[in-house]
Design a protein around this ligand. Sequence first.
Ligand SMILES: [Cu+2]
Length: 280
Amino acid sequence: MTLIRRQAAPGERGTAKRRRASAVRAGALAVMLLALTGCTNDTFTRLGFPNPVTEQGKVTLSLWQGSWIAGLLVGCVVWGLILWAVIFHRKRGDKLPPQVRYNMPIEILYTIVPFVLIAVLFYYTAKDENTIDSLSAKPAVTVNVVGFQWSWEFNYPQYDVTTDGYMWNPALSQSQNQELLPLLEIPVGEVVRFNLTSPDVIHAFWVPEFLFKRDVIPGHPNHFQITATQTGTFTGHCSELCGLYHSRMLFTLKIVTVPQFEAWIAHEKTIQNTSFGSTQ
Ligand SMILES: [Cu+2]
């Protein structure tokens, strides 16, 4: 038997090439889009959440992931049932299928299953919320945070140190802004308590990497605490629309080692004492 391979006509060769080229282009575009969204493997497993830098943030992340897994399991069951109905119970004629009403076991299942799902989600949410909101009697560092239109002030009452700064200035670079924004410096691995107050309108304290935000309400002091798990420099935000320059109400957060924190506090004390002394 002789196999005769048919030669592709010049036109067909061109079409195949074009198809290959568009497949490569589509692949490159997908990779580029993935890169633009910053969606790495890590971001994918965290389902879009930033990398948490506190013990409390890790609790939030596991609650987020658990809720997604529960949601996906329910989704799979529902999609499976839809496909089963679509495939095995298609319309096969004009005769109506048997009409069934009030199937008690199914009615009870419909009632109990959602209740169990909500109860489980509620249990884990309440448990994790209690962990995240718990306040220890003796935090290592206390920071009194004042949010005002449109900046922040951080007081360290134990050390008699206060820091403040300027609003974000769009005319300056990111690094220049980071130097001029109010600085919140905290030690890694220590319990830090934040007391939040506002003299004017409602603001909200938000560091994306804490996976946490809390309102700063006039006349209603709020509190929370964290234990940082890694060092680094981050940007904090106000996340409650509070007026004209709300979007520029940022601060710089530096998480440093304990010796670095102590050195910084000593340095700030010297500067503040000197400037206070010079105004006498
Ligand atoms: Cu604001």
